[in-house]
Design a protein around this ligand. Structure first.
Ligand code: PLP
Length: 284
């Protein structure tokens, strides 16, 4: 199947970007990852809204209107075949003729790249076992609400977690637990589902919003509020959510069992609601 680059669909091996591209030189760009189930892009409008917000925040003009994006992304999904896939897209500030921090002149157009890859949702037994996480100091910048391709802190934090034998890092800044290195954070405490409020310190997760919507529509109490590191450590349940990893229960935190060390009852209900939501999309 082909990839999309600057207005063309072409084989991956033929998709080339100049070495002076500002994505390559500066990490000067933004991205999205959107899952597609049974050929249907999941929560597409929410992803395109967030893309628009990221582009506006870094002052890159949006290269496509909504219908334009939908055509490009749906073509990639259609060509990917019948299985589930995830679409990665990125927009950089383009390639100038020299390396300079200041923005290039307006004739330099953004570089637009998108591709679909096979998506294997977490297998049932992995979901049933849960994930292990490690608390780490958040070393990222002050605009984590922008989905920037500049992911060096996230890469180092994830690898530090993997090196410790864990699946994900949970990031703490000023005593507050914010999110994972590539996932949003929830806890269940006193029967109430809680997640930190949106703001510059974390990415506004599309899956996070869906989980809150599902909680709301099923009458499960929830709240957006700060989560202190100490509360994280004594939570009854901890979840991490993302478009590709869905809703995963954390069953070990820093080597210590969360609750009884198995995914909790609130997670189980949410996982069912989430699965039903995906199934509804599949059946059109
Ligand atoms: N937080 C960070 C830092 C992320 O990189 C991601 C996704 O990759 C998320 C949260 C989850 O966002 P979403 O649910 O939109 O995939």
């Amino acid at each position: 199947s082909r990839v999309y680059l600057n207005g063309q669909f072409l084989p991956l091996a033929e998709a080339c970007v100049p070495v002076l591209d500002r994505g390559f030189l500066f990490g000067d760009g933004v991205y999205e990852v959107i899952p597609a189930y049974g050929g249907h892009l999941f929560r597409l409008d929410a992803h395109l809204d967030r893309l628009g917000a990221s582009l506006a925040a870094v002052r890159i003009g949006n290269p496509h209107d909504r219908e334009g994006w939908k055509r490009v992304l749906q073509t990639l999904v259609d060509e990917a075949g019948p299985g589930d896939c995830s679409v990665y897209l990125q927009v950089t500030r383009g390639a100038d003729v020299k390396r300079d921090h200041g923005f290039p002149p307006p004739e330099v157009r953004p570089t637009v790249f998108a591709m679909a890859s096979p998506l294997h949702p977490p297998p049932r037994e992995r979901l049933e076992r849960g994930a292990s996480a490690r608390v780490m100091a958040d070393i990222r910048w002050a605009r984590c609400d922008i989905k920037a391709i500049t992911l060096l802190p996230n890469v180092l934090l994830r690898q530090a977690a993997l090196d410790a034998g864990d699946d994900e890092a949970i990031l703490v800044r000023d005593g507050l637990a914010l999110e994972g290195s590539a996932s949003s954070l929830f806890i269940v405490a006193d029967g109430i589902l809680a997640t930190p409020p949106k703001g510059p310190a974390l990415l506004p997760g599309v899956t996070r919003d869906l989980v809150l919507e599902l909680a709301q529509s099923h009458g499960r109490p929830w709240v957006e509020r700060d989560i202190a590191e100490a509360e994280l450590r004594c939570a009854d349940e901890i979840w991490l959510t993302s478009s590709t990893r869905e809703v995963t229960a954390v069953t070990r935190l820093d080597g210590v069992a969360v609750g009884d060390g198995r995914p909790g009852p609130v997670w189980r209900r949410m996982a069912d609601w989430y699965r039903a939501c995906k199934a509804a999309l599949r059946s059109g």
